[in-house]
Each structure stands twice: as C-alpha cells, then as structure tokens.
Design a protein around this ligand. Structure first.
Ligand SMILES: [Zn+2]
Length: 344
C-alpha cells in the first residue's frame, strides 16, 4: 500500500516523502499532527484556538445540530447561504508555499458580511474546493490551506453552522482511500443528510461520479446511501428535497455534451431521473466558477460562481437562498453587496 512519511532532514526541517510501507503510512498521521502544531505557531493564539476548536457538524452521515423531528415540520420563512471554492492556495498554486493573501482578504470580508446579517442564516454551506492542493499529493500544503480555511471561517458567529461538502480539490480528481480518510479527519463525513426548516437536504460526494476506480466500495456505499435517502424522501410525499454538491450535472441543459465541468452521461441522465422521481426540487452546485444553470423536468440546477477565483464576469460572491412554504428563491451576491438586512 502506498503511504506517506514525514521525517526531519539535517537542518531539522520536516520533509515529506512517499513510501510503500503500510506501517509508515500509519505513523504519518502522528507526524502530520506535529507539522500541524508547527504551522499553528505562525498564527496569533486566538487564531490557533479557532483552528483547534473548528466544529465538525456531521456524524454518521447526519448533521447533529438540527433536530429532525422539529425541523421537518417547520413552515416559517428562513434562508441559508450557499458558497464554494474559497480554494485557499488557488491564486499562487505554482509556488512551493503558496501565498494565500488574496483568498484571505476576500474571505475575511465575506465572514464580516455574513456575521452582520439580520436575521442570521440558518447555516452557511460551502460546497467544495475548500483548499486547492489535493490532500495526498502534498499533505503539508494541504494542512496549511486547511488551517487557513479554519482560521478564517472559524470567525463566523457560533450560531451559524458552517457545513461543507467535498470538491475535486478536497479529495483529488481520482480519490484514493487515503484522500477520503484525510478529508474525513479534517472535515467530517463526505456525504450526509439533514432536515432544516421543512426541507430535506442531501449533501453528496460528486467525485464518486467523476472517477471512483480507486475506491469502488466507497462509491457503492455512497450510492446505496443515496438510494436510501431518496426512499425516505419518496415516503414523505409532502416533503421538499434539495441536493447540495460540488460538480454540476450540467451547466445549462441536460442534453449538452460531456464536459470537464460536469458529471457526464450516461450517469447524468440516470441520476437526474432518479432525483426527479424522488421529489428533488433544486440542486445547488459549484465547480464552474461562473453562474449558470437550467431546468430538467421538475428540477432546477443552480450553478454558482466562486468565492475566490471566479472565471466569468461575476465578482467573488455567494448565493442567498430563501425558503418559503410554497417556493424557494435564490439570488447571487458579490461579497461587497451581501445585504445586512434580509427580508423574508
Ligand atoms: Zn472544483
């Protein structure tokens, strides 16, 4: 089994090395903790605390801060924030130690804007590409980027849960078991469901539909889990279902050609039909770094631009999603324009 090892060189620098030894792979986790401690020393102590106190809100594929029995029956209007691709390290990815000033500046302002919102969003969902470097390709940089994320988003008011999904950069374009294990240790479950304000949410790992050849068992479990969640959704005929994921099923239309930015056919149409038949109303996606979207039968696919590094005309921003008893509205806001007063 392929593994990774941290060792100290003659100058006492920690060195990252690849190895074929299973035992070394196990001890690497201990070394990585040491590296983490070393990096944390670079932050002021209150920021260290934010990194260490980062809360993982998922357990056994559920979000434990929302009481399902209560949330399932709520009817009053509410809203959440959907964002993605802060991708710490993106702008300076060619450097050995990427300068993250650009991402930090945007996300510091974003956190301030969200903390000023009245009323508060019920949660802030960040649907992938939390960091830029693939976890098992350069674990050291991955940890630096992860800690920067946690340092900044750890400043979000404690009563706004920050929930995340994995993007291709968080688990790799072709995830291995090691990538998934690292992701889980850092962020929690890579797929989960929860009830909030009368909506049943499914957060899925879209990478399973891009390339799962290294982790066929995980992909199978993920698929079984989705089947089970959709069965629950079908049983509760009056319920409304929203899916949150990183890579979109399509950008504008379900019949568009296969593309790097989408999950491709034949999986695309098979899954979309499965979602339609289970009452899914909206699927919020990211990855494209531009605003896009379209409708397939009863489902609206909403593709939202990036928090950092947008590729289209829209400036960095997030989407505000308002949920009412009989409709769901959504608007994209640049970071500067995020409203402090939200009318529902
Ligand atoms: Zn992506």
């Amino acid at each position: 089994m392929r593994g990774f090892q941290w060792t100290r060189d003659t100058t006492e620098h920690l060195v990252f090395a690849e190895t074929d030894n299973l035992q070394t792979s196990r001890t690497w986790k201990k070394h990585s903790w040491l590296v983490s401690q070393q990096n944390l020393g670079q932050f002021p102590s209150d920021e260290n605390t934010r990194v260490h106190n980062w809360r993982i809100f998922t357990n056994k594929h559920h979000v434990h801060v929302f009481d399902s029995d209560v949330e399932e029956n709520l009817k009053s209007p509410w809203f959440f924030i959907h964002g993605s691709d802060p991708q710490y390290g993106f702008h300076d990815y060619k450097s050995d130690y990427p300068n993250m000033d650009q991402e930090i500046q945007i996300t510091e302002k974003l956190v301030q804007k969200i903390n000023n919102m009245n009323p508060r969003p019920r949660f802030f969902h960040i649907s992938g590409d939390l960091v830029n470097v693939f976890p098992s390709s350069n674990y050291h940089i991955y940890k630096l980027e992860e800690e920067t994320f946690k340092k900044i988003f750890g400043k979000i008011n404690a009563d706004i849960p920050v929930l995340v999904a994995c993007g291709n950069h968080d688990v790799g374009d072709s995830p291995t078991q090691e990538d998934l294990d690292i992701y889980k240790a850092s962020w929690g479950d890579n797929y989960y469901s929860f009830w909030c304000g009368g909506i049943f949410f499914l957060v899925i790992n879209s990478q399973c539909y891009i390339d799962s050849h290294n982790v066929p068992n995980c992909a199978r479990k993920h698929e079984d889990w989705i089947e089970e969640q959709l069965r629950v959704a079908r049983e509760k005929k009056s319920s409304r279902v929203i899916v949150l994921q990183h890579i979109p099923w399509f950008l504008k239309s379900a019949d568009e050609p296969n593309d790097y930015f989408t999950i491709n056919n034949p999986i695309r149409n098979a899954m979309l039909d499965k979602f339609v038949n289970s009452g899914v109303q909206k699927i919020f996606c990211r990855h494209y770094h531009q605003n896009a979207g379209g409708v397939y039968k009863d489902i609206e696919i909403v593709v939202t631009s990036a928090i950092c590094g947008p590729l289209g005309e829209d400036k960095p921003g997030v989407r505000l999603v308002k949920v009412y008893e009989n409709k769901i509205e959504h608007v994209y806001y640049c970071v500067d324009d995020i409203p402090s007063l939200v009318t529902l």
